[in-house]
Design a protein around this ligand. Structure first.
Ligand code: HPA
Length: 265
């Protein structure tokens, strides 16, 4: 771990961003907006995941967003790739090791709300872990009993809401339910998710939230809605649809994030 932290520090030179942003499927364009950027392939930092998911590029972009130093991660490891919910733990530990204390997570998600259609952005206010897994399985210390009552930092979330207002961008709020994937949900599962109180469903983010809270980071997260959830329309769901539709809401999310992060510098 320390070796990876030192390797990343040598890439960063004098830079010590405290903020990291993880970009979800098809949301990579925000990485292009990082100013004075250097790019570091994940393969250069032992512990960073090699993602085999199309729509995820696998590199760190280090620079500034609206003047604030950031590290943007294009690409994440998903539980469904190897059945390892802790796949992002080394990457997040390495980021913490170079001084990152604030994490913005983004994802593509299916909506359970007809008035939150594809192209919408949803601030995640809470989550439901429906995967049956947890990234802290096997963690021996008592620190594994992480409190998640305020998993999503109220101040960061409020900052995102303010940024949405300032940029005249609609920002929905809701509960994200983590399914393991990689198959999409069935219509019956989506009806269940609705009864349970979910507003959106997806295959990522929750393990990273748990790991980041374990590491003491502040966390905020947003979903970009790429589709109405299974059974809500006549059609079948597909990863191609996720990739095609993500940039629509991705533009909205980028303007919210840039504004919110700008004030944190
Ligand atoms: N379900 C799960 N994950 C997703 C979806 C969905 O409908 N859309 C994008 N990611």
């Amino acid at each position: 771990m320390q070796q990876s932290i030192d390797i990343l520090k040598s890439w960063l030179e004098h830079r010590r961003p405290k903020i990291a942003v993880v970009l979800g499927s098809g949301l990579g364009s925000l990485a292009d907006e990082v100013a004075d950027a250097i790019s570091i392939p994940y393969s250069e930092i032992p512990g960073f995941p090699i993602s085999g998911v199309t729509g995820h590029s696998g590199e760190l972009r280090v620079g500034t967003l609206s003047g604030t130093p950031v590290i943007v991660l294009s690409g994440r490891a998903h539980y469904y790739e190897h059945g390892n919910a802790a796949a992002m733990r080394p990457a997040l530990e390495i980021l913490a090791g170079v001084g990152v204390d604030t994490l913005f997570l983004t994802n593509a998600a299916g909506s359970l709300e007809t008035d939150m259609p594809p192209g919408s952005v949803m601030l995640i206010t809470d989550h439901i872990n429906f995967s049956g897994s947890n990234p802290l399985f096997g963690e021996p210390s008592d620190r594994r009993f992480v409190g998640l009552t305020q998993a999503y930092d109220p101040d960061l979330s409020e900052r995102l809401e303010r940024a949405a207002k300032e940029t005249d961008t609609e920002l929905h709020k809701g509960v994200y339910m983590w399914f393991s994937g990689p198959s999409f949900e069935t219509p019956a599962e989506i009806r269940m998710a609705g009864v349970f109180g979910a507003n959106a469903v997806g295959m990522s983010t929750v393990p990273e939230v748990i790991i980041a809270r374990f590491l003491g980071m502040r966390v905020a997260a947003c979903s970009v809605i790429t589709n109405l959830a299974a059974g809500m329309t006549g059609g079948e769901l597909s990863h191609q649809e996720t990739k095609d539709m993500a940039p629509l809401g991705g533009k909205r999310l980028a303007s919210i994030l840039k504004t919110a992060i700008g004030g944190l510098g």
